[in-house]
Design a protein around this ligand. Structure first.
Ligand code: 13P
Length: 244
């Protein structure tokens, strides 16, 4: 269960969140709980979660370890700051910051080389769903990104299916729609990396996940967790999702 905080919260708000959130999920051994704050708040988040089972991630990374790349952050820097995870290829990065399947692959490899667990996002836009192209979009994203990994690399990847039209809109995919997409993605994994790997791969659903819809989504066999935006910003709300 991962929270993507996007561009929200100061360091003080980050610390206050964890003071409330950590005791609420202390017994949640059934799930990994991850929060991805903004880069500048990773140190505050790491400090606030020391000695808890909550892990911290970044929201993006650059694929070079260091260099003259103003404004970028590398995998080794995230790792040194105490992050264990990193989101790669979020639709907002694809939409506003020129992310492509090729750069998603470069960032995923960089994350793995830095010893971070990448959460790689895929998902169709509304017009792609309405024109019946959801599966071809997912296949293109998979083939152009994740399929370029070696089996050893892929084994450490978590996939997040986030239909773009369901992000921040309150329009959740129905559990059946999400389940169909997850099943399709898992079939791509099976075709490329084998049935055993497909069964072991965690595929998260993201897009307007809330405490009141998490149970029906998680009841679907191919949905292994969720990547939560808005509802992860408030401690009680995200704890209800982690503890579904
Ligand atoms: P919301 O939960 O706010 O719809 O955001 C989903 C998301 O983009 C998580 O990465």
């Amino acid at each position: 269960m991962a929270g993507n905080w996007k561009m929200y919260k100061t360091a003080a708000e980050t610390t206050a969140f964890f003071e409330k959130f950590a005791p609420l999920v202390a017994q949640s051994v059934h799930a990994d709980a991850v929060i991805c704050p903004t880069f500048v708040n990773i140190p505050a988040a790491v400090a606030a979660t020391q000695g808890t089972r909550i892990e911290i991630g970044g929201q993006n990374l650059y694929w070079k370890n260091e260099g003259a790349f103003t404004g970028e952050i590398s995998g080794p820097m995230l790792k040194a700051a105490g992050a264990r995870w990193v989101i790669v290829g979020h639709s907002e990065r694809r939409q506003y910051f020129g992310e492509t399947d090729a750069t998603v692959l470069q960032r995923t490899v960089a994350a793995l080389e830095a010893g971070l667990n990448p959460i790689v996002c895929v998902g169709e836009r509304l017009e792609q769903r309405e024109s019946g192209n959801t599966e071809s979009v997912l296949k293109t994203q998979f083939d152009g990104g994740l399929a370029g990994l070696t089996p050893d690399q892929f084994a450490k990847v978590t996939i997040a299916y986030e239909p773009v039209w369901a992000i921040g809109t309150g329009k959740t995919a129905t559990p059946e729609m999400a389940a169909d997409a997850h099943k399709f993605i898992r079939a791509q994994v099976a075709a490329k990396f084998g049935a055993e790997q497909a069964a072991a791969t965690r595929i998260l659903y993201g897009g307007s996940v809330k405490p009141d819809n998490v149970k029906s989504l998680m009841a679907q066999p191919d949905i292994d967790g969720s990547l939560v935006g808005g509802a992860s910003l408030e401690a009680v709300s995200f704890s209800l999702i982690v503890n579904f």
